[in-house]
Design a protein around this ligand. Structure first.
Ligand code: COA
Length: 151
């Protein structure tokens, strides 16, 4: 019997102060941190205003999933979608994404967008399984402190 059939459940709630260290550890375990993104600073910025939050998924007491969700005044965006490697393929990714979608719906946002690095081929099947489609766009970006673009 798979974990999903066994009834693995994820309870999702907005981040609290005591969650920060465990969330950073989860992101590191999931390979989501980058040298140019300081995770604690990313968390603080997401929590600063009401347009964004970090949703935290727990199995029992343990933090096993996250999604940083927010909107820019037009579209909804999700970052740091993570399920602990020891808890993947149990439906938790789907559940945390549904929670992010609900959060955006409640704010009146109509469309959710996300970025996938080209080399992250495995994750494409995940997003397709939960109803997302690829939309060809070219992303232009610029660091506002003048440094060269990072990969
Ligand atoms: C991507 C990730 C969040 C998926 O989490 P998960 O809990 O394993 O996903 P779920 O169990 O909810 O899977 C939902 C669906 O996606 C499919 N899926 C999940 N991972 C998959 C994979 N690697 N390859 C193919 N299908 C996959 C599942 O089979 C399931 O399909 P089904 O409902 O039709 O059976 C998780 O693998 C992860 O944290 N990866 C590392 C971090 C990452 O890359 N994040 C995304 C950055 S854009």
């Amino acid at each position: 019997m798979s974990a999903r059939e066994a009834g693995a459940t994820l309870s999702v709630a907005p981040i609290e102060d005591a969650d920060v260290a465990d969330i950073v550890t989860l992101w590191e375990r999931c390979g989501l941190t980058r040298p140019w993104n300081e995770p604690a600073a990313d968390i603080a910025l997401a929590r600063r205003d009401t347009n964004a939050t970090i949703l935290v998924g727990r199995e029992g007491e343990a933090i096993v999933a996250t999604a940083l969700v927010g909107h820019d005044g037009h579209r909804g965006w999700v970052y740091y979608v993570a399920v602990d490697p020891g808890h993947q393929k149990k439906g938790f990714g789907r559940t945390i994404m549904e929670a992010a979608e609900d959060w955006l719906r409640k704010t009146g946002v109509e469309k959710i967008m996300l970025l996938v690095r080209p080399e992250n081929t495995a994750v494409r099947a995940f997003y397709e399984s939960i109803g997302y489609g690829e939309q060809p766009r070219i992303i232009f970006a610029k660091w506002l402190d003048g440094r060269p673009l990072t990969p």
